[in-house]
Design a protein. Structure first.
Length: 275
């Protein structure tokens, strides 16, 4: 005689057991689902590989330019810069402290940024500066500061974040046309006597320097060419707040035994030269 509770026991089976019984009775369906899952996984993998391959063949313009800049250093020949950046858009001649003969300033205009190069009579690059104009152009620069490798990102890092120069780091400010604010790090044995400057150059667009003008007027005297140079440690609270809010758009480096004095005016390209 049939057990009247048999149907009720089947109804009370957990969902997992019922599905397990169902798939045991329909192995073909299991195979179809397995193959379908495998096809989906393979398709996803192929799509990802395709995207990577596309990126490798079609990198962003920023990544291309970052690669160019990574190959440039002060101390190499001007030809090395021309190989990466093409021919300069502007040239001018200067005399610079510690440099024998005439110094040639070459200005390279690239998509989203400028490169200013100071070379001597033998075409050796004694200093160069990169100024990033577009907000989405953010090259990274590393340099040895005596304690370790320091790293800045243009249009992201603030001047106030750079504290590695210690008590010898200076703030260099020019509040005329053109204008700029830079932290100039010491060039000594800790940095292989290379100079570095990090700051804001106004070649891309004028910046609001009213607060700096007011601060400068209250902290005379001015140095050569109207440039104010003070040690970072000598800044008062207002001055420190100003550099804390100043975004770096320019990185400059000199060759061994060359100081930032090679730039008698703005560090990097001057807007008075290219406009």
């Amino acid at each position: 005689m049939p057990d009247p509770n048999q149907g009720r026991q089947s109804e009370r089976q957990p969902l997992g057991e019922r599905l397990d019984n169902f798939f045991k009775k329909t192995p073909a369906l299991v195979l179809v689902l397995s193959v379908s899952g495998l096809v989906t996984a393979v398709s996803t993998l192929v799509g990802a590989v395709g995207l990577i391959a596309f990126w490798l063949k079609h990198p962003t313009w920023q990544s291309v330019e970052y690669e160019r800049l990574s190959k440039l250093r002060a101390g190499v020949t001007l030809q090395k810069f021309e190989e990466q950046l093409g021919q300069p858009s502007y040239r001018s001649l200067h005399t610079a402290p510690g440099i024998t003969g005439t110094t040639t300033e070459s200005v390279f205009q690239r998509n989203g940024y400028w490169v200013d190069v100071m070379s001597d009579s033998s075409d050796t690059v004694q200093a160069y500066a990169v100024t990033a104009c577009k907000d989405d152009f953010n090259p990274t620069f590393s340099y040895w500061d005596g304690t370790g490798n320091s790293r800045i990102v243009l249009n992201k890092t603030h001047v106030g974040e750079v504290r590695n120069g210690g008590p010898w780091a200076k703030i260099s400010i020019l509040n005329t046309a053109p204008s700029y604010v830079f932290e100039v790090l010491p060039d000594d044995d800790a940095t292989d006597y290379k100079g570095h400057a990090l700051g804001l150059n106004d070649v891309c667009h004028p910046f609001d320097n009213a607060a700096w003008v007011d601060w400068i007027d209250k902290h005379p005297p001015r140095g050569n060419n109207g440039i104010v140079v003070k040690q970072i440690t000598a800044l008062d609270k207002v001055g420190r707040n100003l550099i804390d809010s100043t975004t770096i758009n320019t990185f400059a480096e000199t060759a061994n035994d060359t100081t930032m004095d090679i730039y008698s005016g703005p560090i990097g390209v001057s807007r008075s030269l290219v406009r």
